[in-house]
Design a binder for this molecule. Structure first.
Ligand code: ZN
Length: 336
């Protein structure tokens, strides 16, 4: 009996130790202390408690002045982020002679408030416009913070309809209230910002912003720098076409991608090369008459060429998009 109790006691201790170890490994202990605090703050019931606590460090953002009066907030997190408080995408702040443009106010009100306080720390000039480079939630979730302050939020095409229908997890997000459908110049006093349409990433809502006097191009998600791109909404050939045009039009621009570090024309070229590789792969599948399931299984491993890339979890979506868009065997049978 005593022996049995001892064994039970030993088992209980061993189980407790395993449980503790599991919590340590799988829980949030691998996050920096700041992120842990943020995760806890996220669980608090009042919104205002989190609004005031988010910092660059908690948000995983770094502020960089890429040209005089042109600032980028660069996100370094992998996907999915450690907590909802960590920004996934990059944002921008363009300061003109009398006003400011904000680009992509992140996925939450807290992060949009951080954007707002960052603008205030850089300049006394008012925010005149906010731009959504496309409709995805990581770029538009903070819109309400600006709309509440009567600052127009600009988007393209069917962006309102997409967000209002909750497409791609956008339910509850405030859509832009100013829609443009063609190339548009915004003026921040005497500073020009050229907004151009591009295509391929987000089903007709993609825009880029170019500041001619600084030679800086905010590409939105046309560029995922050293990250596997999100292609769930894509038309890769259109995306390729837009990349060709951006390379030809802005060969000397400093590029602020939607995700990843600041780059230049080489970032546009790398994105293009990535898609060319994906297309070649899909044509190979077509030659081998692989079914989608076979292709996805056989080529599931992210190629070594992209071993330094983040967002690897998105790779299978890339394979699926490539299969559907390039082999078309789901629609047209390959064997007559
Ligand atoms: Zn994005």
């Amino acid at each position: 009996m005593l022996k049995k109790l001892k064994i039970k006691y030993f088992l209980a201790i061993a189980l407790a130790a395993i449980a503790a170890l599991t919590v340590m490994l799988l829980g949030h202990d691998w996050l920096p202390a700041e992120s842990q605090n943020q995760t806890q703050a996220q669980n608090k019931p009042t919104e205002s408690a989190t609004t005031k606590t988010v910092s660059f460090q908690n948000a995983g953002l770094q502020l960089q002045e890429v040209a005089p009066g042109v600032h980028a907030l660069i996100a370094s997190t992998d996907f999915p982020p450690a907590s909802p408080a960590v920004a996934i995408c990059n944002g921008g702040i363009v300061i003109g002679s009398d006003s400011v443009l904000v680009i992509d106010p992140f996925q939450t009100s807290e992060l949009a408030e951080l954007m707002l306080s960052t603008v205030k720390s850089l300049t006394d000039k008012p925010i005149k416009y906010v731009l959504n480079t496309h409709y995805h939630a990581d770029h538009t979730g903070g819109n309400s913070v600006f709309i509440k302050r009567d600052i127009p939020v600009i988007g393209r095409g069917v962006i309102r309809e997409y967000i209002q229908s909750g497409k791609n997890n956008t339910a509850g997000i405030t859509p832009p209230n100013t829609i443009i459908n063609s190339q548009t110049d915004l003026w921040l006093g005497d500073r020009q910002v050229r907004i151009e349409r591009v295509d391929g990433h987000s089903a007709g809502t993609d825009l880029v912003a170019y500041i001619p006097d600084a030679k800086v191009l905010f590409t939105g998600d046309m560029v995922f720098n050293k990250r596997i791109p999100y292609t769930g909404d894509s038309d890769i050939r259109q995306w390729q076409g837009s990349l060709y045009r951006l390379i030809a039009t802005f060969p000397e621009a400093k590029i602020i991608p939607g995700h990843g570090d600041v780059t230049d024309v080489t970032g546009l070229q790398a994105q293009q090369a990535y898609f060319s590789g994906l297309e070649r792969l899909a044509l190979e599948w077509k030659g081998q008459i692989l079914t989608k399931e076979q292709a996805l299984e056989k080529f599931a491993k992210v190629p070594d060429l992209y071993k330094d890339y983040k967002f690897k979890g998105l790779y299978s979506i890339n394979l699926e998009s490539a299969y559907e868009q390039f082999t078309r065997s789901a629609i047209i049978p390959l064997i007559p």
